[in-house]
Every structure is written in C-alpha cells, then in structure tokens.
Design a protein around this ligand. Structure first.
Ligand code: FAD
Length: 312
C-alpha cells in the first residue's frame, strides 16, 4: 500500500464516514461533495480488477465512492449483495474512502434483507443507497414494493440512507409533479440525501432542483453526470433511463463515430463542462458515473482540480 493511501485512511475518522456528515461539513466549505460510482465483480470482471479500479479511484480523493448493485432475477439477490458489500468494505478498510453500498428491494424478502443488513453492519458499512431496482418480467415484489419501503426499513436499522432522484423523471413516471411527490415521500420516509440519475443537459437539473426546493425537499442532492464513450452506450442510457439527448451530443457522436479515442476525449470534455457549470450553480454534490474507467475519472478530476471546484 502506498503512503498516499495510508494518509487517506488516517484522514477519515469513523464519524466522518456517514455521508450525511460529509454533506454537512462541505456546506460550510462551500464546495460540492465529489463522488464516483463503480460496479462490483460480475461476468468477466474479477474481484482483483474491481479492487484495482477502487484503488485507482481512491487516489483521486473522492469524498465517497458508490458501489452499484447488480440486480438480476429472483435468487441472485444474495450473490449481488455480497459482491457489492465486499467492494464497499474494501474501499473503506483498504483505501479509507467512505463507501455507499447500493441495495435494491425488488425480488427479495424481509428475511433476506435482514441477513444483508446484518452482514453490512458486521463489515462496517454505514451508508446505503436504497433502491427499488428495475422490474423485469420475472420480477417478484414482496413486502418491499417501492424504494420508500426500503428507506424506512434501513433508517430504522440505523443506516445513513441515500435515495435515487430523477431530474427528468423516472422512465415509468410521466407526470413531473408526481416525480417530485415521490422524491418528497423518500425524504419523509427518512432518506438523508439524494443522488440523481444521469442527464446530459443541466437545464433539466436546475428546473428539477428549483421545483424540489419549492416543494419542501431540503436534503442534499448530488447530481450525476456520465462522460460518454460511444454511440451505443449513449443509446443504451437514453432508452434505459429516458435521458434527453441534446443536439451538441448528437453532433459529437456523428462527428467522431469512427475515432473512438477522440470520441472519448470529447465525452470527458462535455461531462467536465456540465460539472463545472453545476459547481458554479452551487449544487450540493457532483457524482461522476465513471463506469470502472480510472483514466476517465482521472481526466475529470484533473479538470475540476485545475478550476479549484472540488476538494483537492
Ligand atoms: P422508486 O422510487 O420506488 O420508484 C419506482 C417507480 O415507482 C417510479 O416510476 C416512481 O416514479 C414510482 N413511484 C415512486 N413512489 C411512488 C408512489 N408513492 N406511488 C406511485 N408510484 C410511485 N438499479 C440497480 O439495479 N442497481 C443499482 O445499483 C442502481 N443504482 C442506481 C443509482 C441511482 C443514482 C439511480 C438514479 C438509479 C439506480 N438504479 C439502480 C436504477 C433504479 O433501480 C431504477 O431506476 C428503478 O426502476 C427505480 O428505483 P427507485 O429506487 O427510484 O424506485
């Protein structure tokens, strides 16, 4: 372990590991909380590779790293929870970075979630992003039908709880007013902070933020930005989460279609412009969907450091 990692560990006292406390500390600093997201071992990705990505991201001094939950059909929830919690534990214990473990509640029972919570407690996980998870044809909903059910349950168990927010609305929710109602109900159920779905146009984030604040949502909100890499990746995101595709991105994708290196560079630059603008707007947090690509994370962090926009 290098000295940089050791000093990161020493600088993160246990009390600061609750992400709600990190937001409070940063409000007085006047800088946004800065976080990355990684995904745990699945398919071809081994535990060693995930650990390597975690280590490289930790060296960029994020304020926390969230670890996704690979929800599958019934029966795979236990394996997915173990993969997520293992990476979250490694980030905290080996690299000293507060971790946010994602957890979904579709396709599982209270009895199973009790066991997952016990395991998370035993492994020092304090922060959980409470999600319903996407529904598939074979999905089963038991006691937990919506994220609010999981939020109240996790809060009761003493976790610091994050929840999902959707600047352009959830793909299954056509009514913008209901979108904010659902957000408020997550706050009322005990959530401590929000992390948003990705979006490519900041005007959606600002309109959503204004509406949420006007309607009594007071919790910190981290806004999610994804540096895009390829046309197929953008298409997948647009269809999966309903993000609008502004014409500058369409033009970039068309222009660099046959030059993947230039396209990746353009994707990082576009994301950085979004992040700089969000920071200037005074948002509580910036969450970067780096998709296990440390080089992209490094490029983004360098840009933000150069502008002194986040904690160096
Ligand atoms: P909910 O808030 O329960 O919403 C589900 C649907 O019900 C929405 O359409 C919502 O509008 C609607 N709704 C909410 N409340 C009510 C109500 N009171 N009455 C009627 N309708 C209501 N998925 C994964 O599988 N793994 C991950 O790691 C993961 N990470 C994510 C991280 C972030 C930051 C985000 C934004 C999403 C993530 N997702 C992940 C995707 C998420 O699981 C899906 O978007 C899922 O379809 C909804 O999850 P939710 O927690 O927002 O659910």
């Amino acid at each position: 372990m290098d000295t940089q990692t050791t000093s990161t560990t020493a600088a993160a006292p246990k009390g600061q590991r609750r992400i709600a406390n990190i937001y409070s500390a940063f409000q007085t600093l006047g800088k946004p909380v800065f976080s990355f997201e990684i995904f745990p071992p699945k398919g071809d990705l081994t535990q060693e590779q995930a650990a390597d990505v975690g280590g490289q991201l930790a060296q960029l001094y994020p304020d926390f790293i969230s670890v996704t939950f690979s929800a599958g059909g019934s029966g795979s929830h236990g394996r997915a929870a173990d993969a997520t919690v293992s990476v979250a534990q490694l980030l905290q214990d080996q690299f000293g970075v507060p971790a946010l473990a994602h957890l979904t509640c579709a396709n599982t029972t209270r009895e199973h979630l009790d066991a997952v919570c016990e395991d998370m407690k035993a492994r020092g996980i304090e922060n959980v992003l409470a999600l319903r998870g996407d529904l598939r044809e074979d999905s089963e909903l038991h006691e937990f039908r919506l994220a609010v059910d999981l939020i109240a349950y996790l809060k009761d168990k003493g976790f610091c709880v994050g929840a999902a927010a959707y600047p352009e609305g959830h793909i299954d929710c056509a009514d913008p007013r209901a979108n904010i109602d659902h957000l408020k109900s997550k706050q009322d159920a005990g959530a401590d902070f929000f992390v948003t779905q990705l979006f490519f146009q900041n005007s959606y984030a600002y309109a959503f933020l204004d509406e949420a604040r006007a309607r009594g949502v007071t919790l910190p909100i981290s806004f999610g930005v994804m540096p895009f890499m390829s046309k197929s990746q953008v298409q997948r995101m647009v269809f999966m989460c309903g993000a609008s595709l502004p014409s500058p991105i369409v033009k970039i994708l068309a222009h660099y279609e046959n030059d993947p290196v230039a396209l990746e560079q353009a994707g990082v630059e576009y994301a950085c412009r979004q992040l700089v603008d969000l920071a200037a707007h005074g948002v509580d947090g910036l969450h970067v969907y780096t998709m296990n690509r440390p080089a992209v994370a490094r490029a983004v962090k360098q840009e933000l450091d150069a502008a002194s926009l986040v904690r160096g």
